[in-house]
Design a protein. Structure first.
Length: 756
């Protein structure tokens, strides 16, 4: 039996049910059903989910995970197929496609101190792992029959590890400050970040720093010099006295040395024989070693047990996940649902510390809150809507953080990983701001938000007509709306012979203009601006529609067609021809009316063109309902959920993309999805469970979604909200945002509700 097959057999036993009683407090059925191995399988990013079984609270600045791999772009620090653990890593890698920043690794061992990744490997068995959002443990084979029990929990900025060493051995713990790092997806492209180590035996501390930020190579050039000042810092404090200490650099050990600088650098402490248990708490900071020490004292002060740390973190997850209870869900269903909920509340992650944050845009420490890890091209579709419902207390600060980025860099973020990285296309921060305003979110500067978002819509990037802006292009400025200088002034489309991904850009900019139109209307901006944005949003998409083929196609500057396969971003002509989410009626008319439009949707799905592993396909099954064929939406949503989500390590198709894959499932399970996020509306699909009870934050009235028989009956015969009949397959945000009684009447056969 292969390791993969064997693991799938063992999976049922590698679960929260093995949690020791002291780590199962408070009780939470939802947290107990989180299977953090979902989405960790496969050997490629688009086949694995790209997630890791990390321990940390929601939106944690640092997540802690057993290290089986040296992570870089397209490689995560943990994969369940591995046989060795090389340490325990505090990671800031937000998604598998992004690079690591300011990582730190804690390595236990006995015998000779080994710092190199390949030398410090300790064998383990998946069967000994205990995995939960708040606690992880594993038995490590230290050789000669010796075992080290490693246990881990964490708060947002502090990792808490406990190692139990063999009675007769002298255990050690090594802190890796700097390592070789891969700066692209090519493993041979290696650099050697610089750092520092300092050891204070009196206070039982090892502190350090490093300059690792793997995505520096794609930082927009205006901030490259400033971002080069970025550092990560740590302060590790032990509860056992040091019997020996030293520095290891490039494999050479200097016992008794208390400080070092440079690359390939680690520091260690050894403990006297008979020291069975060693706790180490590791505060992490983007500001300074002193701030890392303050983070440690603030979040896990001296004397706090691992059990208490885990209890606090488990309670933080329970406060969120217990807000939803499911009736009519199998055990497997619960694992898929609550793990998706768990995944959805990890990004963007906190970047502030004790009321301050470091900005790599201007190399300054500012007062306030900050977030990073914004995968906006992915998350504007449904993840942001999920956060507005379930983390409303965070959304104003998340928007304020983006506005701070604007003030310090000149632009709202597109894909921020410490700083902007110019990954993906479109300025969908415009959508995030607009959706929040449309849905009534308060607590941020709407004047500044309008200024920043409107700039996206009317100011092109520098050297716009001369820069291609290909995917991960190096040594270029801010990408923002590349092609904007010509798209509206000249043609109405982004020219494919000037800019990469031109057709996707054109369609994305049109949607972003719709978002700006909604924002302008909500904020009472002048009528001429509102009209201009509306006209652009509704006109631009159809400049790409080729009547001869019935598909969207890229166009060159002279108006000629660039070919059906040109100009797309992570999709093709099939997916993007359906990507006019803000004007589906016009799209249906261009494809011959509703009946013809539904036939084209059938051809898309039946022809195998729907690729749910990538986001441009996520809204497409819901379009049937907007064209009078709601029962077909109900069929397709169930098919997609079954094919792309399950409770195994390969239970996510594609990669998670900072919560978007999970947000699709979560909304779909409830029975509706935000096809056009900035509209403030949801399109009805097919609820998965008999009943879902949702206790929304800050609202005393629950949102109850009753759909008796839904697990086997996927069709809808009728819908009421608070006893009011709903005849069309659209739910407005205000109908459910403060709680409501939503009742579906389900059927085993297709019904005429919402259209045929």
């Amino acid at each position: 039996m292969s390791k993969t097959s064997a693991f799938l057999v063992l999976l049922a036993s590698v679960s929260a049910s093995k949690l020791p009683p002291s780590f199962s407090i408070p009780k939470s059925d939802a947290v107990d059903h989180v299977n953090a191995l979902i989405g960790n399988g496969g050997d490629t990013p688009n086949g694995s989910g790209g997630m890791i079984p990390s321990t940390a609270p929601p939106f944690a600045m640092t997540r802690w995970v057993a290290q089986t791999h040296e992570n870089y772009v397209s490689v995560t620090p943990y994969n369940y197929t591995a046989s060795n653990i090389h340490g325990f890593q505090g990671t800031h890698q937000p998604a598998i496609w992004m690079g690591e920043s300011a990582q730190v690794v804690v390595v236990p061992g006995i015998g000779d101190v080994k710092s190199k990744f390949e030398d410090r490997a300790l064998k383990f068995s998946n069967a000994t792992e205990v995995i939960s959002p708040s606690y992880y443990s594993v038995d490590l084979d230290a050789g000669n029959g010796n075992k080290i029990l490693a246990e881990q929990s964490a708060t947002s900025r502090v990792g808490h590890l406990r190692f139990t060493f063999p009675q007769s051995e002298e255990g050690f713990v090594l802190l890796e400050a700097t390592r070789p790092t891969v700066i692209t997806s090519t493993p041979t492209n290696i650099t050697y970040p610089l750092g520092s180590i300092a050891i204070d035996p009196t206070h039982r501390e090892i502190t350090g720093s490093n300059s690792e930020r793997q995505d520096w190579i794609i930082t927009p050039t205006p901030t490259a010099a400033n971002a080069s000042h970025f550092r990560g810092y740590f302060c590790a404090r032990f509860d056992a006295p040091f019997a020996e200490w030293g520095i290891v650099q490039n494999g050479s050990t200097a016992a008794g040395t208390t400080a070092g600088d440079g690359s390939l650098l680690s520091g260690y402490a050894r403990f006297a024989a008979g020291t069975r248990t060693v706790n180490v708490r590791v505060g992490v900071s983007f500001i300074s070693v002193a701030q890392a020490r303050r983070n440690l004292d603030n979040e896990i002060s001296d004397g706090v047990s691992l059990e208490e740390t885990a209890r606090r973190t488990r309670a933080a997850w329970a406060e969120k996940l217990d807000r939803i209870t499911l009736e009519g869900a199998s055990e497997a269903d619960k694992e898929v649902f609550y793990t998706a909920f768990f995944h959805s509340l990890q990004f963007p992650y906190e970047q502030d510390e004790d009321g301050h944050y470091y900005s790599a845009y201007d190399n300054q420490v500012h007062k306030g809150q900050s977030y990073t890890g914004y995968s906006i091209w992915d998350t504007f579709r449904a993840e942001w809507a999920w956060l507005i419902l379930f983390a409303p207390e965070r959304v104003p600060a998340m928007i304020t953080s983006m506005l701070q980025d604007y003030q310090q860099s000149g632009w709202l973020p597109m894909w921020k990983n410490i700083v902007e990285t110019n990954i993906m296309v479109g300025t969908h921060a415009d959508s995030l701001v607009a959706e929040a305003v449309v849905k009534g979110v308060k607590g941020f500067d709407t004047d500044l938000a309008w200024e920043a978002a409107y700039k996206d819509g009317v100011v092109p990037p520098e050297n716009d007509r001369n820069t291609t802006y290909s995917d991960r292009e190096e040594n270029v400025g801010y990408e923002v709306r590349a092609g904007l200088s010509s798209v509206y002034a000249d043609n109405g489309w982004v020219a494919d012979d000037v800019h990469s991904e031109s057709a996707s850009r054109t369609l994305d900019y049109a949607y972003d203009d719709y978002a700006l139109y909604r924002l302008a209307g909500a904020l009472g901006k002048p009528a001429e601006i509102v009209t201009m944005l509306y006209d652009r949003a509704m006109t631009a998409p159809f400049t790409l529609f080729n009547n001869a083929t019935g598909f969207m196609e890229a166009r060159n500057a002279d108006g000629g067609w660039a070919g059906p396969d040109a100009g797309w971003t992570e999709g093709d002509k099939w997916a993007y021809t359906f990507d006019v989410v803000h004007d589906i009626p016009a799209l249906a008319r261009h494809r011959g009316g509703n009946v013809s439009f539904v036939s084209s949707l059938d051809a898309h799905f039946d022809g195998g063109h729907n690729d749910h592993s990538n986001e441009p396909s996520h809204h497409i099954p819901y379009l049937y309902a907007l064209a009078g064929a709601a029962s077909k939406t109900q069929e397709r949503v169930r098919e997609i959920a079954k094919a792309n989500y399950n409770n195994t390590p390969v239970g996510l198709s594609g990669n998670e993309d900072c919560g978007q894959m999970s947000a699709w499932y979560l909304f779909s399970a409830l029975g509706f999805y935000p096809v056009n996020p900035a509209s403030g509306e949801y399109v009805v699909g097919s609820p998965f469970f008999d009943k879902v009870t949702v206790n929304l934050p800050s609202h005393p009235k629950p949102l109850t979604i009753t759909a008796k028989g839904a697990p086997s009956a996927k069709y809808i015969r009728g819908l009421t909200i608070d006893d009011q009949t709903v005849g069309s397959p659209v739910i407005r945000h205000e109908q459910i945002a403060a709680g409501a009684d939503v009742r579906f009447e389900m059927s085993e056969v297709p019904e005429t509700w919402g259209g045929r």
